[in-house]
Design a protein around this ligand. Structure first.
Ligand SMILES: [Zn+2]
Length: 77
């Protein structure tokens, strides 16, 4: 089980919830949206892009040691 899973209770929706997709890939749930871990992630600094990025959504999150240090939550959907 990945170490980030369940760091924050899902009910606190304003906080990021670290989880894994059904394919076993790390995801973050935040504000009703899901973000996939980006390949540029390196060490404890991770980049996350909205699961709808393929449709043009530019929303993204940057985390460091499981804390959000940067976020763009301007979703287009
Ligand atoms: Zn989005």
């Amino acid at each position: 089980m990945p170490e980030w899973k369940g760091r924050v209770p899902l009910t606190r929706s304003h906080l990021p919830y670290f989880s894994v997709s059904r394919y076993g890939r790390p995801v973050i749930q935040l504000g009703g949206y899901r973000f996939n871990k980006n390949n540029r992630s390196k060490g404890s600094k991770m980049y996350w892009t909205c699961t709808k990025s393929a449709t043009g959504c530019r929303a993204s999150i940057t985390t460091l040691d499981y804390r959000i240090v940067k976020q763009n939550t301007n979703h287009c959907h």
